[in-house]
Design a protein around this ligand. Structure first.
Ligand code: NAD
Ligand code: AHE
Ligand code: ZN
Length: 370
């Protein structure tokens, strides 16, 4: 069948709206009609050409929600009409990692996901000029997409697609980093570097678990109002205090360093600041931001010898099929705010405008509605 899609033909070029061919679901696969998709900074990162796994031409997008339209042979947990959120971190419940219960990084299909193809090694997307690659196993910048059954979370039918799509990445990553990865305790002091689509969700996660001081750090003063609404108690603008004074400012505010710090930018210099502003002896720094190919982090080993812990998190440590439906419930029960963060909604034809708004710092989340 045919589907409309925003195709990334080459790194650094705007997306182009095309009608392309999509193959039917093979064994274990599901055809999903995407109803809405957010634009995450990671889509921009891959489009920029800085992603070592970036392939072109590809259909980007990994923050979607939609409806199952057809299932392939052997699919048992989903049927046409089910509402779903695609998972770039699947949950097979059978691989070593899933069974270990120590990590959410299911390995069942990670290798083929990184190569832009389905688990059988082929792509379902094509056009006259040839094959188009999948992206992060999701490709939500297409009106119809194909995913393996293990990469779909079934969610309740009364939840609005144009809001819950954000649970497919940003919401779960930010809140999950606090709850699952850091396990922030009530009364802890927290510092969040980068107050965009991810960082603001870290703020609301920290408030949810009862953190004490919640310090936000961003270059963009326009983030302050929204950040306060999401729980920020103190703000530091590196342009005002000086980038080299940020660590000391956090140490002073917290009487020795934050119990937990989160880097939500993808800047390796800021990652170092985030580690070094964690409390001596026990402070944990969680890397969420994705840095470009070839970039490396560094610090004095003394920072770790004296008890700080450097960690990372993918998809907030969430097990998608199990945890995502619960986060949808939290949203529907009014426990978390998603609506305020979706600052722009647009049709697929305006998706490049969504990327521009993010690059200029004028949006938190733009959502494309099909
Ligand atoms: P965003 O563009 O919405 O937000 C980034 C924020 O960082 C902006 O507010 C910007 O003003 C601020 N910023 C930029 N440089 C800064 C600096 N030097 N100091 C302080 N603030 C600075 O991006 P996002 O969608 O929130 O994504 C943030 C990062 O998280 C990206 O690197 C993205 O790829 C990554 N990410 C990781 C995961 C994961 O699972 N680990 C999931 C989603 C996104
Ligand atoms: N292809 C990139 C990896 C980018 C990356 O780290 N992705 C995060 C999700 S970002 C969502 O917005 C992730 O889940 N990582 C774990 C994984 O298995 O990819 C690169 O740098 O190679
Ligand atoms: Zn994302």
């Amino acid at each position: 069948m045919k589907t409309r899609a925003a195709v990334a033909w080459a790194a650094g070029k705007p997306l182009s709206i095309e009608t392309i061919e999509i193959g039917g679901p093979q064994a274990g696969e599901v055809l999903v009609e995407v109803k809405a998709t957010g634009i995450c900074h990671t889509d921009q990162y891959t489009l920029s050409g800085r992603d070592p796994e970036g392939l072109f031409p590809a259909i980007l997008g990994h923050e979607g929600a939609g409806i199952v339209r057809e299932v392939g042979a052997g699919v048992t947990s989903l049927k046409p009409g089910d509402h779903v959120i695609p998972l770039y971190t699947p949950e097979c419940r059978q691989c070593k990692t899933c069974l270990s219960r120590r990590s959410n990084l299911c390995t069942a299909i990670r290798a083929t996901q990184g190569k832009g193809v389905m688990p059988d090694g082929t792509s379902r997307f094509s056009c006259d000029s040839g094959t188009i690659f999948h992206y992060m196993g999701c490709s939500t910048f297409a009106n119809f997409t194909i995913l393996p059954e293990i990469a779909l979370a079934k969610v309740r039918k009364d939840a609005p697609f144009d809001k819950i799509c954000y649970i497919g990445c940003g919401v779960t990553t930010g809140i999950g980093a606090v709850i699952n990865t850091a396990k922030v305790w009530p009364g802890a002091n927290v510092a969040v570097f980068g107050l965009g689509g991810i960082g603001l969700n870290v703020l609301q996660g920290a408030r949810m678990v009862g953190a004490d001081k919640i310090i936000g750090i961003d270059l963009n003063p326009a983030r302050v109002e929204m950040a306060k609404k999401f729980g920020m108690t103190h703000f530091i603008n590196p342009n005002e205090v000086g980038a080299d004074k940020v660590v000391q400012a956090i140490i002073d505010l917290t009487g020795g360093g934050a119990d937990f710090t989160f880097e939500c930018i993808g800047n390796t210099r800021v990652m170092r600041q985030a580690l070094e502003s964690a409390h001596r002896g026990w402070g944990e720094s969680i890397i969420i931001g994705v840095a470009g190919a070839g970039e490396e982090i560094s610090t004095r080993p003394f920072q770790l010898v004296t008890g700080r812990v450097w960690k990372g998190t993918a998809f907030g440590g969430a097990r998608g099929r199990t945890d995502v439906p619960k986060i949808v419930d939290w949203y529907m029960d009014g426990k978390i705010d998603i609506d305020s963060l979706i600052t722009h909604t647009m049709p697929l034809e305006q998706i490049n405008h969504g990327f521009e708004l993010m690059e200029k710092g004028e949006s938190i989340r733009s959502v494309v509605v099909y």
